[in-house]
Design a protein around this ligand. Structure first.
Ligand code: GLY
Ligand code: MN
Ligand code: MN
Length: 448
């Protein structure tokens, strides 16, 4: 088994150790998806399936059987068979034989034998762990497998009496990233940072949002990143106040801010960066004023990210700075909104900051794992630990409204970086793109 395959085998062993003896876990990869006509979306494997297998081909699945008194644990891969004709059109299929050797599983079978093999594996198993009630195709498969086992009931063979949800088990395993994962995420962050620098340099009044998007995509791909991790947001002017804007088709105008939220996916891992900059290369006074507040909020959030602190302490720290800034600038009226503590308690800040400050980041942009201790009746925020990776993305979004100072209308600002929780200050994966006012203005003054 290669060192690479060994890493996936270790993850499977770790999951198997959490399962009931003799029980079976089942996980399929993502289906292929038609875009229109005969054109498919670029294929992307299921993250958890890949996390446990390292296998990126479509039409594949993994079954794990936990050790019991008499039998060792087993990892079984199901995949497409070799097919010389299809391989001429679509490229390599490993086929079960090569896949077994290369991916370090105990057995591999053609995906066409899934029903038959799963019925065999489930006979007499005390429990089946799978994605429960999330996928109609799987629900129908389960029904077939369990029916097949139940049909043998008279011979004394029993179907698993317990169905358990596999999702929380694997989701939690993915929360702490190992050194290899962190190295990929650092590289993804560096590529995305280069893309943001490129877009900043290419900006000038009159540029279309999609032209800046093209700069990002060019840099991602030329650097070897396989995909954007999500649809890039290139939002100029009033569009910067639309949180999920991605039409990216407006022509910029003099004095606009441009908010770019874009990150690449590299080798299955996402990055997620937002920068906001003036299209003409110079912040106006009101833009700068709000920008400095958001930047200070991000710095406060970084200070709160320490092992042992709660996940939500970064958000709380950011909100305090943003709320103070909203009062100082008159976005919120002191006479009606009260003190900072009042603004926090009443959530009045949500008129201008309506999203969270952080989410887990990993194979998925909004990565898996709980944010709260769900078993506890009060659902308190969970503690951070070294190796967890999260975003830090405070913002202020000012839509025109009565009572809101007009100089701030249509200014939307977000600053987003990706960090690894470390012993002491967090390790920033995305610091190769400027974010102070001076550094941004200096970079934008350079020739594209
Ligand atoms: N780009 C997605 C997010 O920031 O959550
Ligand atoms: Mn994000
Ligand atoms: Mn983002």
């Amino acid at each position: 088994m290669s060192r690479e395959a060994g890493k996936f085998a270790e993850r499977r062993a770790s999951l198997l150790a959490r399962m009931e003896p003799g029980s079976v876990a089942f996980l399929a990869t993502a289906p292929e998806s038609l875009r229109n006509g005969d054109s498919e979306y670029p294929y992307r494997h299921d993250s958890s399936f890949y996390y446990l297998s390292g296998f990126a081909e479509p039409e594949s699945a993994l079954a794990l059987v936990a050790a019991s008194n008499d039998k060792p644990a087993q990892a079984i891969l199901f995949c497409r068979e070799k097919n010389p004709e299809r391989e001429i059109w679509d490229g390599l299929r490993h086929g079960p034989e090569a896949a077994r050797a290369e991916f370090g599983v105990d057995a591999a079978y053609p995906i066409g034998s899934l029903d038959e093999k799963m019925a065999e594996l489930l006979a007499g198993a005390p429990a089946l762990y799978c994605r429960l009630a999330r996928d109609e195709r799987l629900d129908a498969q389960l029904r077939r497998w369990l029916d097949a086992v139940r049909a043998k009931g008279r011979t004394g063979i029993t179907a698993p009496p317990a169905l358990r949800d596999l999702v929380p088990l694997v989701d939690e395993m993915r929360v702490v990233k190992d050194a290899g994962e962190q190295a990929i995420m650092l590289r993804a962050g560096q590529i995305s940072a280069a893309a943001h620098r490129r877009a900043m340099r290419a900006a000038r009044t009159g540029v279309f949002e999609y032209e800046l998007e093209a700069e990002l995509l060019y840099e991602f791909r030329r650097s070897g990143a396989q995909f954007p991790a999500y649809t890039p947001i290139v939002a100029s002017g009033a569009n910067s106040c639309i949180l999920h804007y991605n039409a990216n088709d407006r022509q910029t105008r003099e004095g606009d801010l441009v908010l770019i939220d874009a990150g690449c996916e590299l080798d299955g891992y996402a990055s997620d960066i937002t920068r906001t900059f003036p299209v003409n290369g110079r912040f106006s006074a009101p833009q700068r004023e709000l920008y400095e507040i958001v930047l200070a909020a991000q710095a406060a959030a970084f200070e709160a990210i320490r092992p042992g602190n709660t996940f939500h302490s970064a958000h709380d720290a950011a909100v305090r700075v943003l709320a103070q800034g909203m009062l100082d600038t008159g976005l919120l009226n002191r006479d009606t909104a009260g003190s900072v503590d009042d603004v926090i308690a009443s959530k009045a800040y949500m008129a201008f900051y309506m999203h969270g400050t952080s989410h887990w980041l990993g194979m998925d942009v909004h990565d898996t794992g709980a944010y709260r201790i769900t078993e506890h009746p009060d659902k308190p925020s969970r503690q951070l630990a070294e190796g967890m990776v999260l975003t830090v993305e405070p913002g202020i979004y000012v839509r025109p409204a009565p009572g809101v100072p007009e100089q701030y209308w249509n200014i939307g600002i977000r600053i987003e970086d990706d960090v690894v929780v470390a012993d002491g200050a967090p390790r920033v994966l995305t610091d190769e793109v400027p974010k102070s006012v001076d550094d941004i203005e200096r970079l934008m003054a350079e020739e594209a």
